[in-house]
Design a protein around this ligand. Structure first.
Ligand code: SF4
Length: 321
């Protein structure tokens, strides 16, 4: 079966008065049907810009090059009309702030039924029933009544559920979730992650889960891609990555994450320093100024992404940690 999403050699740049910002550098990966790929990294690591490139949502000064195939069809830089037959239909995106996807001036009913009528050819009556069913699926209590409400009448967690329901209207095969729980308190966060897991099991859709939070990844992802300064540092199945990270940056991220499964309380460690300026990237390894293992070669030779054991890939000169 072909991958749902196959990204090859993606480079995303932004032109600014100060020069070119290299946000995504030669990134390649695939997402299989039904799989959840977690994409983790600090802000500015390029993780969101990969998917803004995929969705054709880059800012005006942005430019994406390379190849993005959705179910075998090249979609990078497609004309908007053609792209609109895929995005929001077979491939949906949800964001940290639901108000970026919801229109504050229209009731939830109007926003949901319009999409169903236009894209799935439903009558108004069938569209309304489908909208209510979807609000039920995302566990909005009293969906029949609430479908007539405006977005601002919902709490933050409920609005996030409405946005997920909106993203599911056309039964997408790929859901791109960009920090979907960051603005929520931990209880609601857990509920939304459980909901995404349930939807994934029941519908078989693939999920690209973008987050800075490894706890979110641990809860939902099958595989993890760790991004730093626009490059993939490591990619592996979730369990082996958590058990034995093979890149110094992944190791640093894991050490900075609170763990509930450890009997003694270890002091959390931070990764010192700052990511490099994406307009003036250093020679050699991009992580070297912050890497505790850095050695001479790291300053002069750029490590290339390479295969290591168990289908794992990493961008580091060291054989193992
Ligand atoms: Fe650290 Fe060198 Fe590996 Fe970069 S290549 S992560 S600096 S050891």
């Amino acid at each position: 079966m072909p991958a749902i999403l196959d990204v090859r050699n993606l480079n995303t740049t932004f032109s600014t008065p100060e020069g070119t910002v290299r946000a995504v550098n030669d990134v390649s990966f695939a997402i299989e049907p039904g799989e959840t790929l977690g994409i983790v990294g600090e802000s500015g690591s390029g993780k969101s810009q990969i998917f803004m490139s995929v969705m054709g949502l880059l800012a005006k000064n942005g430019r994406a090059e390379g190849s993005v195939r959705f179910k075998g069809k090249e979609i990078l830089n497609l004309p908007v009309e053609e792209l609109n037959t895929i995005r929001g239909v077979k491939m949906s995106m949800i964001f940290q702030d639901p108000m970026t996807s919801l229109n504050p001036y229209l009731t939830v009913r109007r926003q949901m039924t319009e999409v169903l009528e236009v894209h799935r050819g439903m009558s108004e009556q069938v569209a309304l029933k489908t909208a209510i069913d979807l609000l039920d699926i995302v566990q909005i209590p009293e969906a029949k009544r609430r479908v007539h409400m405006y977005p601002h009448e919902f709490s933050g967690g409920m609005r996030q559920r409405v946005m997920i329901a909106m993203a599911l209207l056309c039964e997408p095969e790929l859901l791109i979730a960009d920090e979907p729980t960051t603005a929520l308190d931990v209880t609601v966060q857990a509920q939304i992650l459980d909901l995404l897991g349930k939807l994934k099991r029941e519908t078989g859709m693939a999920i690209a889960l973008i987050t800075h939070d490894l706890g979110v990844i641990a809860r939902l992802a099958d595989r993890v891609m760790v991004m730093y300064a626009g490059e993939i540092m490591e990619r592996a199945d979730v369990r082996p990555l958590f058990k034995s990270p093979q890149h110094p940056y992944t190791q640093g991220l894991l050490r900075s994450m609170p763990r509930l499964d450890e009997h003694r309380i270890n002091r959390l460690q931070t990764i010192g320093g700052q990511p490099p300026n994406l307009q003036h990237l250093p020679e050699g390894c991009r992580f070297r100024d912050r890497c505790p293992y850095a050695f001479d070669r790291c300053a002069i030779e750029k490590p290339l992404l390479r295969q290591v054991a168990d289908g794992r890939v990493k961008t580091c000169h060291l054989e193992s940690l």
